[in-house]
Design a protein around this ligand. Structure first.
Ligand SMILES: [Zn+2]
Length: 679
């Protein structure tokens, strides 16, 4: 929903395993049943595996696991996330609630204080919108564009979305040092596609958005004529001068380092000095995503009546806190941002939302307890071994690539040898004890947490990068590759079934966690990652001929995925998903050959449930990606998300692999022409 540009600075350029656009999960029926490595009862063997492998492997599971009313999608990730939250995270919170009078600033005090404030609906309702009124009044009182821009710096500091979002992260061309970045933002609907797509479903979303804004303004008691239309019109004009999402995948294009003083030449209508002052950041140079955007935005702002701009900032103030305001606001926000946009029918109970909110806002203090309680040190060694196995398979594959020349192969292997990893949880924890949390001040608590995060971020500007820092909490079911550190990161929570099951046969784990590891390593060599060298610098290590061959293979993959229609009128965007699709192909290939290598010189394992290790490898992959999804969610995903929808991470990727055809005796005569081998 929100532009992830500022979601987490450590993740500024990281590539994730999945995105989490609409975090919706409910209770699994099988929460306390021991997980079978792979349950054949989930299959539908009436389907031919080479015709629809997702249906073959997961058909019965999909039939028996409809999307719960509180969710937008339902699959392995959601179920594991739900279980982790309901059993482990909720367990931690409940235990902390029994601590009498916890020390101010301790994890127990922060977590329980925030949790209690979220559940204190009496106070929330009594306060109404008063906690945000002073900021709203401040916006209303501004008398000039300069004053309003200055105020918007304060808003941005509190996490409120503005057209130019500022962050601090590793400088792509000097990756041991932090730099200041400025990129596009400020769209309620998140992505330009939502403003310009002519499909009837998108027209409907925009019409509903107008109604939603009108309703929210009226509930806030802010009387303005047609705020919905005003906001949609203004945001559409911003959207149309922003880069398209796939354009932002080009790290060279979006790296434009300029002296701070040049900002006022590019965008003279905006007073950058007061904006940065009020944001609390001093910068001599700024790396901007797109100079043209700044020019166009300046023009747009100078042509827009001040009252329209005020309405725009008040709106973003309101939606930033809407879930923390009295029930009618969070219900209306749910109606638009979950039901209209993602097809979710029912809002989760408040207690569940409170756990999600505390986990989102205080993920690291909570994660410190989570890691100590739920992450066995032995897992670290196991995963380290797995990573080394995958690295060694990758090295062999690079040696044998037919499309790459010997000098570039040496460079590729240098990069491969240089990557590092993090597993489980951070070695050191930051000090959160200065965050002021009160059991009856939800919005103030939220602002205090944002201010802590903000101060932490700006304190890094111009300083060396802390390579030990984590961009995800340990309890997150995900993984990422950070190209400026040349590292891959696996939080504790992804090392659980069905990704990693210590009780499972090897083949299932190779199709699960090992393929995930392979996926993350391959991100270092996808269309984006391959532009960074082994030290994490954006620096071309390719010979022109090899770069051309690599790009041609990418174009082939892009065309293949772009031809896939996921729902009437909506196709996968092959350009936007190229990196993820390369990583999936790489992950599958590396996982498969790591499995083969592990069986070398040994007696072949007996089939399990009639399936060979190779077949179970692909069943393991399909198990990870099984998923039922609402149409709204699917449409949102193909327009905004760099990952192909789960169904196509199975059915799109597998037919490209000769190894899959061999394992299941593909009868598809066209299959050979489909083969794409990149890594
Ligand atoms: Zn990925």
């Amino acid at each position: 929903m929100k532009n992830t540009f500022l979601l987490s600075i450590a993740l500024l350029f990281a590539t994730l395993l999945i995105s989490s656009s609409c975090n919706n999960q409910t209770k699994s029926k099988d929460a306390d049943k021991k997980a079978l490595p792979f349950d054949v009862a989930t299959m539908d063997t009436s389907v031919k595996p080479w015709e629809d492998f997702d249906a073959y492997a997961n058909g019965n599971w999909k039939k028996n696991n409809p999307i719960p009313s509180t969710e937008n999608s339902w699959g392995s990730f959601n179920i594991l996330d739900k279980e982790t939250r309901e059993v482990k995270i909720k367990g931690i919170v409940n235990e902390l609630l029994t601590v009498a009078d916890p020390k101010k600033g301790s994890e127990a005090q922060l977590i329980t204080g925030y949790y209690r404030s979220y559940l204190d609906t009496v106070t929330i309702s009594k306060l109404g919108i008063s906690p945000i009124e002073p900021l709203s009044e401040k916006i209303v009182a501004t008398k000039s564009l300069d004053e309003l821009i200055a105020t918007s710096g304060e808003l941005a500091k509190l996490g409120i979305s503005v057209p130019c979002e500022v962050g601090v992260g590793a400088d792509d061309r000097n990756s041991t040092m932090n730099a200041v970045f400025m990129g596009q933002g400020g769209l309620s609907l998140g992505d330009r596609n939502y403003y310009e797509n002519k499909d009837s479903s998108m027209i409907k979303v925009r019409a509903e958005f107008i109604k939603h804004v009108d309703k929210m303004f009226s509930m806030a008691g802010w009387s303005i004529t047609e705020p919905g239309k005003t906001i949609l019109d203004f945001e559409t004009r911003i959207a149309l001068v922003q880069l398209k999402n796939f354009e932002m995948r080009d790290p060279v294009k979006i790296y434009n380092k300029i002296p701070f003083s040049e900002l006022s030449k590019l965008a003279p209508a905006i007073n950058w000095i007061t904006f940065y002052q009020n944001f609390g950041l001093k910068a001599d140079t700024v790396i901007v995503q797109d100079k043209n955007y700044l020019k166009n935005l300046s023009q747009l702002v100078s042509e827009t009546p001040l009252d329209v701009m005020k309405t725009y900032y008040r709106w973003h103030l309101l939606i930033n806190f809407s879930n923390l305001l009295p029930t009618q606001f969070s219900r209306e926000t749910f109606h638009f941002f979950s039901t209209v946009m993602y097809g979710v029918k029912e809002q989760r109970p408040r207690e569940e939302r409170a756990i999600i909110s505390v986990n989102n806002r205080l993920g690291m203090p909570l994660g410190k307890i989570f890691a100590a309680k739920y992450f066995p040190e032995s897992s670290k060694q196991k995963v380290t071994q797995m990573i080394e196995n995958v690295r060694s398979v990758y090295r062999d594959r690079i040696d044998n690539l037919s499309w790459m020349s010997a000098p570039t192969k040496i460079k590729a292997k240098e990069k491969l040898a240089a990557f590092t990893w993090k597993i489980g949880y951070p070695d050191t924890w930051k000090d959160y004890s200065t965050i002021d949390i009160q059991p009856d001040k939800l919005i103030q608590n939220s602002m205090n947490i944002t201010m802590w995060d903000h101060n932490d971020m700006i304190s890094k500007a111009g300083k060396p990068v802390d390579k030990k820092e984590w961009g995800m909490s340990p309890q997150t079911i995900n993984a990422y590759n950070n190209p400026t550190s040349n590292e891959i990161v696996f939080p504790a929570a992804i090392l659980q079934p069905p990704f990693f099951n210590p009780e499972a046969d090897d083949a299932i784990n190779y199709g699960g966690i090992i393929a995930v590891i392979g996926h993350e390593i391959t991100h270092g060599f996808d269309d984006q990652g391959a532009q960074y060298d082994g030290t994490g610098n954006l620096h071309n290590w390719w010979s022109p001929e090899d770069a051309k061959n690599f790009a041609a293979l990418g174009t082939k993959l892009e065309k293949y995925f772009s031809s896939i229609e996921v729902s009437k009128g909506f196709k996968i965007d092959g350009k936007l998903t190229l990196g993820e699709n390369i990583a999936d192909l790489g992950g599958l290939t590396l996982g498969y050959y790591a499995l083969e290598k592990s069986m070398e010189g040994k007696k072949r394992p007996d089939p399990i449930d009639g399936f060979s290790p190779e077949q179970r490898f692909f069943l393991g992959w399909a198990q990870v990606w099984r998923d039922n999804m609402t149409r709204e969610s699917l449409i949102s995903q193909v327009q905004t998300d760099p990952h192909s929808p789960a169904h196509w991470r199975i059915n799109g990727a597998l037919p490209l692999l000769k190894e899959f055809g061999d394992a299941f005796g593909s009868k598809n005569s066209a299959a050979d022409s489909l083969r794409i081998v990149i890594w």
